[in-house]
Write a protein that binds this ligand. Sequence first.
Ligand code: NDP
Ligand code: ZN
Length: 377
Amino acid sequence: MKNKINIIMLLVIAFVSTTLAQNNKVPAKGFAVFANNSKFTEYEFNRHPIGDDEIKIEILYAGICHSDVHHVRGDWGKEEYPMVPGHEIAGQVTEVGKNVTRFRIGDYAGVGCLVNSCGHCDYCKESLEQYCKEAVLTYHDHDQFHDHETTQGGYSNNIVLTENFTIKIPKNADLKKVAPLLCAGITTYSPIHYSKVKKGDKVGVAGFGGLGHMAVRYMVQMGAEVTVFDITDDKREDAKRLGAAKYVNVNNPEDLKGLDNSLGFIISTIPASYDPNMYLKMLEIDGQMAIVGLPPFNSMPVISIDKFIWQGNRKIFGSQIGGIKETQEMLDYSVANNIYPEVEIIPATTSSIENAYQNVLDGKVKFRYVIDMKTMK
Ligand code: NDP
Ligand code: ZN
């Protein structure tokens, strides 16, 4: 009899604590797509309760990355819906768990592509959390640390995550321009540093969009001589204005003359099909090419191994965003050196997000759209 009562008591306690936890869920609203390539719709959902080591951020600005466009269009395979995109997030802390030490209410805080990882694998130990097999992405993922809830991104009014994956934004930062640093910034900063680009190096940036213009900014700041590659003449003046030494319209054969064996480092941010061998030919002996642009799976660029072998002694590597430690380093460096993206701020409405997506696809964005989330009704 006594045992029975104990079991009933335990069940009641479990029921009450689950209900309490559910009641503590954080209501959120944002913009979601409900099917491959569908229109955006206003969407209300819940985020998990704020844990002891977690914070709640009121999202003030959210960047629109070409990766969001790839996801929404299903360029990289099957997706789950509803999906709230957005992994370039800047905002302000509004609540803190009892064990939080790095953040206080009112601090500026940023979130990039990751919200958690296992914490003990070789990658995590090296602060390369982006390669952890159990890393949790900011959206279109299942959060194993929170009952496998579907993660939803930054086109929304708030986010809840551990302070360990939150980036501190200095008080003097130009907040409306910070969000794109959390993806476009770190994705270019990381391979540039991995390849040890330095003053005087001759370098190339292929694809002069959100990521590409950040790569130009970082390498110009470092004193490298930058050649920019894109597919039209539309951004020739912008490249010069940002300090590039040369602009190449790859569709103009004249522009391409004399470039073979001339560059020590190239970063490709191209989001569509292209010929990597054309760029590999431009590398000097021992030159390196970093690939960060990820085209749709059905139009993946192919390296001709024969040409690559005949050319010899050139290196190519892929790179995904950057670890949390390096992301903080990048943000502090960018703010201290006044290196920001060029942004166009748009209101938080379905029509302005739709319009921005179309402009990204049509090559009409200079250089990053940022949604002003405070304007969401
Ligand atoms: P954008 O659309 O802002 O920029 C892409 C640029 O590349 C545009 O200027 C575009 O020109 C240009 N371009 C298109 N085709 C070619 C070509 N054949 N040769 C040269 N330039 C070309 O995209 P983002 O910068 O936001 O993203 C770029 C890519 O990087 C995407 O695939 C994205 O998913 C990926 N990415 C990868 C990350 C990683 O961790 N590795 C992280 C973040 C993004 P136009 O505007 O005229 O079309
Ligand atoms: Zn991105």
